[in-house]
Design a binder for this molecule. Structure first.
Ligand code: PEP
Length: 256
């Protein structure tokens, strides 16, 4: 199976940006450009307060809509948190887990990751599990060690049969929101290492079907080059996903 046998996945992480009407406008614009969605998968990760409205507008199109985080219990005294079943209830079909801002600003530990991933899968949400090293870890030659540790944590409850519903995002922390993108060589090296790790963990079939996408200052002018790298199966886009004139060209990157 070549990497293009895996459907390209372009995801927009809106973080704590946009207002309700801008979110809905973006969804309408993206929806209008998607066609049947057969050749690529597109998802947007909207602020949770707008998710019910966003999923209502996206309905009937192949556009996926997701939350940016979940807690791994179904209910209880967890002030400020959202359960996977709540995302499902309002029509979301996917979720980000372990985004670097959750890990670094909100101190989410590795120990939560496997439970969150398993919980999402158990509730029929499609998780994107984010991993990535800081600049200090890269400079200290610890990139592989850090990413393998994060993979160990997130894959704790993942089975080979989950591989078509589970996505890993490699997002070097130093490239997120900084304008600095990993070179294709840097990204290729880490993506290859991640695929090898998955192969050893879940076997060949799962390693061939599980998508590993790249995130970190993706822009219209670097999307095509990144997508030409073997083992990069899609893009997780932050800043450039906030406006149609930068996100649409990324979604419509020329795959030839
Ligand atoms: C992200 O938030 O996942 C991200 C990659 O952000 P940006 O594209 O702005 O670097």
């Amino acid at each position: 199976m070549t990497h293009r046998a895996r459907k390209p996945y372009i995801a927009g992480n809106w973080k704590m940006n946009l207002d309700r009407s801008k979110c809905l406008d973006m969804v309408k614009t993206i929806k209008g450009r998607l066609g049947d969605g057969n050749d690529r998968e597109v998802g947007v990760f909207a602020p949770s307060i707008y998710l019910a409205d966003v999923t209502a507008v996206a309905q009937g199109s192949p556009l996926g809509v997701g939350g940016q985080n979940i807690w791994y219990e179904d209910s209880g005294a967890f002030t400020g948190e959202l359960a996977a079943r709540m995302l499902r209830e309002i029509g979301a079909d996917r979720v980000l887990i372990g985004h670097s801002e959750r890990r670094h600003l909100f101190h989410e530990p590795d120990e939560w990751m496997g439970r969150k991933v398993r919980c999402a899968l158990n509730h029929d949400l499609l998780p994107i599990y984010c991993v990535g090293e800081t600049i200090e870890e890269r400079r200290g030659n610890r990139t592989e060690r850090v990413i393998k540790r994060q993979l160990e944590a997130g894959f704790e409850g993942v089975r080979a049969e989950d591989s078509h519903r589970f996505t890993v995002a490699y997002e070097p922390v130093w490239a997120i929101g900084t304008g600095e993108t990993a070179t294709t060589e840097q990204a290729a090296h880490v993506h290859k290492m991640i695929r090898k790790w998955i192969l050893q963990r879940l076997g060949d079939e799962a390693a061939q079907s599980l998508r590993v996408i790249y995130g970190g200052s993706v822009k219209p002018d670097n999307a095509k080059e990144l997508m030409s790298v073997e083992d990069i199966d899609g893009l997780l886009v932050g800043g450039a996903s906030l406006q149609a004139d930068t996100f649409i060209p990324i979604i419509e990157y020329d795959a030839r």
